[in-house]
Ligand binder design. Structure first.
Ligand code: APR
Ligand code: ZN
Length: 230
C-alpha cells in the first residue's frame, strides 16, 4: 500500500492570509525570535509572548483553508494508500480543510501547555500569563508552541513515517529550520520519490526529484489529480 508523507510550512497558509516568517516584512522582520519564540523570551516577558500568540491565534481562527489545504484533504480521503501530513505550522487549516492525519511538530495555537506538569488542554482564544493549569492548578500555562531550542514533537514517529514513505512532498517551507529541513534526505535514504512545491526552490531544492514552482493553491490540486488518476 503506497504511503505519502507530506511536510508543510508557512507557505501553504500564505494564501489564507497568514504571514510567513522569512519573506520581506515577514513575522521575523516584525518581531525578534529571541523575544517571542524562545523559552528565555517567555521567562523574560511572558505577557509579550502570550500576546504574540494571542494575535496569531485570533488571525488563524478567522482564516479559511485554501485550495492547497483542500487538495491534501481530498488526497487523504480518496487515495488508496496512506497519507500523513507533518506540519511545521501552528494553525489548524489542515484540519479545517478535512485532513485527519496531521502531526503538529511545532505545536498548535489551539493548544495550551502546562510548564509545570506538561498537561495539554484546548487554549482559550486569549491566554494570559499565569493562567491556571486545570490539571495541577499551578499558574504555569504557556502557549503549546515548540520554541527555538526546544525539541519538536513526535520525532520518532515522524522518522518512522519518512522511513516508510514511497512519496515525500515538501510544501511551502524555506528549509531554514531543522529537523524539518533534513526530512528530504531521510526520505531519499528510504528510496522515496521526492517533490517540492514552492514559489522558488528551497535551500534543499536540489535534493528533490521534482520541483513544482507556483502557488500551492494552484500546484497542489494539479498534483493530487495526477495521483488520483483524474
Ligand atoms: N505557495 C507555495 N509556497 C509559498 C507560498 C505559496 N503561496 N508563499 C510562500 N511560499 C514559500 C516561500 O517561498 C518560503 O520558501 O513558503 C516558504 C516560507 O518559508 P518560511 O517563512 O521560512 O516558513 P517556514 O519554512 O514554514 O519556517 C519554518 O521556522 O520560525 C520557524 O517555527 C517556525 O515553523 C516555522 C519554521
Ligand atoms: Zn499543570
Amino acid at each position: 500500500m503506497k504511503k505519502i508523507a507530506i511536510l508543510t510550512g508557512a507557505g501553504i497558509s500564505a494564501e489564507s492570509g497568514l504571514g510567513t516568517f522569512r519573506a520581506e516584512g515577514g513575522l521575523w522582520a516584525q518581531h525578534r525570535i529571541e523575544d517571542v519564540a524562545t523559552p528565555e523570551g517567555f521567562a523574560r516577558d511572558p505577557r509579550l509572548v502570550v500576546n504574540f500568540y494571542n494575535a496569531r491565534r485570533a488571525q488563524a481562527a478567522k482564516a479559511e483553508p485554501n485550495e492547497g489545504h483542500r487538495a491534501l484533504a481530498r488526497l487523504e480521503e480518496a487515495f488508496g494508500g496512506e497519507v500523513i501530513v507533518i506540519t511545521q505550522n501552528v494553525d489548524d487549516l489542515h484540519e479545517k480543510a478535512g485532513s485527519q492525519k496531521v502531526m503538529h511538530m511545532h505545536g498548535a495555537l489551539k493548544s495550551a501547555l502546562c510548564a509545570a506538569c506538561d498537561h495539554r488542554w484546548p487554549a482559550p482564544l486569549v491566554m494570559a500569563p499565569g493562567d491556571i493549569c486545570p490539571a495541577c492548578n499551578s499558574p504555569a500555562a504557556r502557549p503549546d508552541i515548540v520554541w527555538f531550542g526546544e525539541m519538536p514533537y513526535d520525532m520518532d514517529e515522524i522518522f518512522e513515517h519518512l522511513a516508510s514513505a514511497d512519496v515525500f512532498a515538501s510544501i511551502g517551507t524555506s528549509g531554514n529550520v531543522y529537523p524539518a529541513a533534513g526530512f528530504v534526505a531521510e526520505a531519499r535514504r528510504a528510496g522515496a520519490q521526492t517533490v517540492e512545491f514552492n514559489l522558488e526552490p528551497s535551500l534543499q531544492g536540489s535534493q528533490f526529484d521534482d520541483i513544482r514552482i507556483g502557488s500551492a493553491s494552484e500546484t497542489l490540486p494539479v498534483w493530487v489529480d495526477e495521483l488520483l488518476g483524474r
